[in-house]
Design a protein. Structure first.
Length: 280
C-alpha cells in the first residue's frame, strides 16, 4: 500500500502549471500513474464522447458511456479506467475563479457528480471545450485569447449548476459555501456552530438551508464528510485505527469506533476491508 500513501498523501498537481486551463483527450499520456487511485489538487471535468469505461470517485463506482459529464473536485480519491472511452478532460485550479467572477469554486460542488446529458447539451459543452482547446494550443496566448478562454470556460461552468436535479432555492449559495468548507475543515471542526462562525450565519439559518436544498441537516452533512475522510484514511492504510482517531480529533478510540458503527453498521476493520476491496 506504499503507492497509496505516495499518491494520496501528496495530491497530483496540474500537469502544466503555467497554463490556467488544460484540455486534453481522454486518452492522453498522464504524467502520473492513472491506473492507481490518486487525488488531484485541481478540478477536472470529464466529457465522454464515445466508448465505455469505469470510474471510482470517492468510493462511488460509475460506468462511463457516451454523452456523460463527470465533475471531480480537488482532494477527491479518483480512479478511472478508460477502456474504449474517448472524449476530453478539462482541468483547472481554484485560483481561476478570480477571472470568471461572479462564479465561485463552491458553485461546482454538486450532490451528483455524474450527468447523462441530452445530445444537444453535450454537443454544446463539447464544442465550447474544443474552442478552448484550440485557443490553448497557440504557443503564445495573448491578452485577448486569454479573455476568450476565461469567457468560454465561464459559459461552460455557469451551465453546470443547471444540470442538478435539485431545484434552485434562495438558500443554495449558503449551502454550497458550507459544502465547500467541509473538506478543508473536517479534521478540526465537527460542530455546526463551527461552520456558522466561519460563514457568519445562524445555526437555524444553515440548518433550514440544508434541509430545504438537500433534505438533510447540517450535522448529517458534517457526519457524511467525516465518514468520507475516514474512508480515505483507511484506504491509505498507513496509520493505525488509534492514530486515525487522533488525527481526526476524536475524544477516544471508543468514540471513533462508535461513530463508524453508527454510520455504517461495520467495525473500523470491517469498513477498511470493504474499502480496500473496491480498489483491488
Amino acid at each position: 500500500m506504499n503507492y497509496l500513501k505516495q499518491l494520496l498523501d501528496a495530491p497530483v498537481s496540474l500537469p502544466q502549471k503555467e497554463k490556467p486551463v488544460i484540455i486534453e483527450p481522454l486518452d492522453y499520456n498522464n504524467p502520473y500513474d492513472f491506473n492507481k487511485p490518486h487525488r488531484h489538487d485541481y478540478f477536472e471535468i470529464v466529457l465522454v464522447k464515445s466508448g465505455s469505461g469505469s470510474q471510482v470517485i470517492d468510493f462511488s463506482a460509475y460506468t462511463m458511456s457516451a454523452g456523460q459529464l463527470y465533475a471531480i473536485y480537488p482532494g477527491q480519491v479518483h480512479l478511472m479506467q478508460r477502456s474504449s472511452a474517448q472524449g476530453l478532460l478539462i482541468q483547472f485550479r481554484k485560483d481561476i475563479f478570480r477571472f470568471i467572477q461572479p462564479l465561485q469554486h463552491y458553485h461546482l460542488y454538486f450532490k451528483e457528480q455524474a450527468f447523462t446529458l441530452k445530445p444537444d447539451t453535450f454537443a454544446h459543452f463539447y464544442e465550447v471545450a474544443e474552442r478552448i482547446m484550440a485557443l490553448i494550443e497557440v504557443k503564445e496566448i495573448n491578452t485577448l485569447s486569454a479573455h476568450k478562454i476565461y469567457s468560454y470556460l465561464q459559459i461552460l461552468l455557469l451551465s453546470l449548476p443547471e444540470l442538478q436535479t435539485q431545484s434552485v432555492t434562495i438558500h443554495q449559495d449558503l449551502v454550497v459555501r458550507f459544502l465547500s468548507l467541509l473538506p478543508d475543515n473536517i479534521r478540526g471542526r465537527k460542530k455546526v456552530s463551527d461552520y456558522c462562525a466561519l460563514m457568519g450565519c445562524s445555526l437555524d439559518k444553515l440548518n433550514d438551508a440544508c434541509k430545504t436544498s438537500l433534505g438533510k441537516t447540517a450535522l448529517k452533512l458534517i457526519h457524511e464528510e467525516l465518514l468520507l475522510e475516514i474512508r480515505r484514511m483507511l484506504l491509505l492504510n498507513t496509520l493505525s485505527l488509534k492514530e486515525i482517531a487522533y488525527e481526526l480529533n476524536f475524544d477516544s478510540p471508543a468514540n471513533f469506533n462508535g461513530f463508524i458503527k453508527a454510520q455504517t453498521g461495520l467495525t473500523p476493520s470491517g469498513l477498511q476491508a470493504s474499502i480496500l476491496e473496491i480498489y483491488n
